[in-house]
Design a protein. Structure first.
Length: 76
């Protein structure tokens, strides 16, 4: 048997409206219903890196094994 949540979507919406009426901003929410409040909204564009960052190429790919290519650890 599972416990019911101690909050509803309507109660969270009511809290958010009250927070915004007080001049604050909700910048996040935790799964337990806790709201994270800040003085200014988060600019989501600042969370994304300006230049894409690529990862270094791997030495060996999984597809190489299945496609039958010979690697340094291949059996004769």
């Amino acid at each position: 048997m599972t416990r019911s949540l101690p909050f509803t979507a309507a109660s969270i919406a009511r809290l958010v409206r009250g927070i915004e009426a007080a001049g604050r901003f909700v910048i996040g929410a935790k799964p337990d219903g806790t709201l994270i409040i800040g003085d200014k909204p988060i600019d989501s564009s600042s969370l994304v890196p300006l230049e894409p960052q690529s990862s270094p190429p791997s030495e060996r790919r999984l597809g190489d094994y299945f496609n039958g290519s010979q690697g340094e650890n291949s059996r004769s």
